[in-house]
Design a protein around this ligand. Structure first.
Ligand code: FES
Length: 183
């Protein structure tokens, strides 16, 4: 069959129509998928009460030397300890070569007296003991995780046991001598 120029023109017009239909279908498909996914995506956004706890502000003026308090930040316990002079001295005297996760005490604190830690064992996530006066503090006088026996020192560094890392230091800042914002 001989193809005339009119046939060619018709073919081109048909192609354009087909392309338009295809694009329309894709667009509708994409919008439909997004609309269907929206409740799911929206549900992944933090709720207002969680956002409100994105940072935690505390007045530490009543915390005494040698005392620890536990705050909550983003659903995690945060240990804040006002260290004694002996604890600070001990933390600073340790050589990095003795540490499993080498980190100097100076890199873990902003003010020598205040140690701020996420109170979650870096092994499998238990909460170590050592916050209260009568608690077992482990062989290095810091914190002890009874789940599998991890010992942390007075800088929250892992010294013995299966935990691979030091206790995390959360982001924080002091707004004056004793007011702290965590997060
Ligand atoms: S969870 Fe702390 S030692 Fe295993």
């Amino acid at each position: 069959m001989v193809t005339t120029s009119q046939d060619k023109k018709k073919e081109t017009v048909d192609d354009t129509k087909r392309d338009f239909l295809l694009y329309s279908t894709y667009t509708v498909g994409a919008v439909g998928a997004l609309a269907a996914a929206w409740p799911f995506i929206d549900s992944m956004n933090p709720s207002k009460d969680v956002l409100a706890l994105a940072s935690t502000e505390l007045d530490l003026s009543s915390v005494e030397e040698g005392q620890s308090i536990t705050a909550m930040w983003r659903g995690k316990p945060v240990f804040i300890r006002k260290r004694t002079a002996d604890e600070i001295k001990l933390a600073k005297s340790i050589k990095l070569s003795e540490l499993k996760d080498p980190q100097s005490d100076g890199d873990r604190v902003q003010k020598d007296q205040w140690l701020v830690l996420v109170g979650i064992c870096t092994h499998l996530g238990c909460i170590p003991s050592g916050q209260k006066g009568g608690d077992v503090k482990g062989d290095f006088n810091g914190w002890f995780c009874p789940c599998h026996g991890s010992h942390y020192d007075t800088s929250g560094r892992i010294r013995k046991g299966p935990a691979p890392k030091n206790l995390d230091v959360p982001p924080y800042r002091f707004t004056n001598e004793t007011n702290i914002i965590i997060g």
